[in-house]
Design a binder for this molecule. Structure first.
Ligand code: F6P
Length: 365
């Protein structure tokens, strides 16, 4: 065994993580005879006594179709602001030096960090502290820059599309307005693309603050055309004009991570109050992140894993693998995390939706 590398999965899980782990282990061991260490529970597994295990071909057998991550993950273990309990209070302390020491003590030459915005920011900071890093972009939200798409997103869009297809039949039978709240944080990709694929009538996304009057007018106009039901997709980060996004827990209450949720109920209540129609709310929640990855995400995750090992072989550290057009390539990690990839309010996707008669929540001119 000539070299030892490590891999961890951080942040919220998503379908395709196991495809990356499998690809890293297979390409590192089969073609290079390298040793791969799996760090458990994201960067959390490198705080205190490291929690890790060697990953062999046996460890990754049969995991390609499996959702989640065999390594576990955490979106609470940022070593730069690590929550420590003291006298019943939570204090955030910087334990990054300990993490760097642990990585070196494990004999790890380079670390592959598979994660979203938060995980890649940590990877970038540790790279500056002397840990050779390679990033792999994941998130169902598709909100990372530097790559055309993240893995996990395609599966989430498939799941939401299937849900919308199913909700159509029951909405129509009961002549109801179904409001479907989807994930995505401050990016409306899941809502917009699944809404397009699932033939939603109204799609509300964070990038376009919505006007309740315009939304209700659109539902009324549909009714006048003979459609007595409507499907309204609301991204969890969407908010009304002159209003705010609906937050269940603020960052201060939830270890630095804001928890969104509830805008679907708000929109449903407003519609039923203003139009006197029956509404129902469906919050798809973590169903969007669970279960088996789509073929697209299995393939993309595999390509990303193989590319990450190639970057280590070439000692091209501080890079993040990325999809550019049809080609897997790489960018500086900083290019991926300096701002969010959000839907362009006047971009092609939004214009397509509007041309199809889908209401995006904009006030009528
Ligand atoms: O970032 C992925 C995501 O699923 C978001 O779409 C959502 O807002 C958040 O994570 C939910 O986080 P948690 O799993 O901590 O509830």
């Amino acid at each position: 065994m000539s070299r030892t590398i490590a891999i961890l999965t951080g942040g919220g899980d998503c379908p395709g993580l196991n495809a990356v782990i499998r690809a890293v282990v297979r390409s590192a061991s089969l073609t290079r005879d390298w040793r791969v260490i799996g760090i458990e529970d994201g960067f959390d597994g490198l705080v205190g006594t490291p929690r890790c295990r060697e990953l062999t071909l046996d460890s990754v057998r049969g995991i390609l179709p499996r959702g989640g991550t065999i390594l576990g993950t955490s979106n609470r273990g940022n070593p730069l602001a690590y929550p420590v309990q003291e006298n019943g209070e939570t204090r955030l302390v910087d334990v990054s030096d300990e993490v760097v020491r642990n990585i070196h003590d494990l004999g790890v030459e380079a670390l592959i960090a598979v994660g979203g915005d938060g995980t890649l920011k940590i990877a970038r900071a540790l790279q500056e502290k002397g840990v050779p890093m390679v990033g792999v972009p994941k998130t169902i939200d598709n909100d990372l820059r530097g790559t055309d798409v993240t893995f996990g997103y395609n599966t989430a869009v498939n799941i939401v599309t299937e849900a919308l297809d199913r909700l159509h039949t029951t909405a129509e039978s009961h002549q109801r307005v179904m409001v479907v709240e989807v994930m995505g944080r401050d990016a409306g990709w899941i809502g917009l693309e699944a809404g397009l694929a699932g033939s939603a009538d109204v799609i509300l996304i964070p990038e376009i603050p919505f006007d309740m009057v315009a939304v209700c007018d659109a539902i009324e106009a549909r009714k006048a055309r003979g459609s007595k039901f409507s499907i309204v997709v609301v991204a969890e980060g969407a908010f009304p004009m002159a209003g705010q996004k609906v937050v269940q827990l603020t960052g201060a209450e939830n270890l630095g991570v804001e928890r969104l949720g509830g805008v679907g109920a708000f929109v449903a209540d407003e519609i039923s109050r203003r139009l006197q129609v029956e509404t129902r709310v469906v919050v798809l929640g973590h169903v969007q992140r669970g279960g088996t990855p789509s073929p697209f995400d299995r393939i993309l995750g595999s390509r990303f894993g193989v590319k990450a090992v190639e970057l280590i072989e070439q000692k091209r550290y501080g890079r993040m693998v990325s999809l550019q057009g049809r080609q897997v390539s790489d960018v500086d990690i900083i290019d991926a995390v300096d701002s969010l990839n959000r839907v362009e309010p006047d971009g092609d996707l939004v214009r397509t939706a509007e041309a199809l008669g889908i209401m995006l929540g904009r006030a009528r001119a």
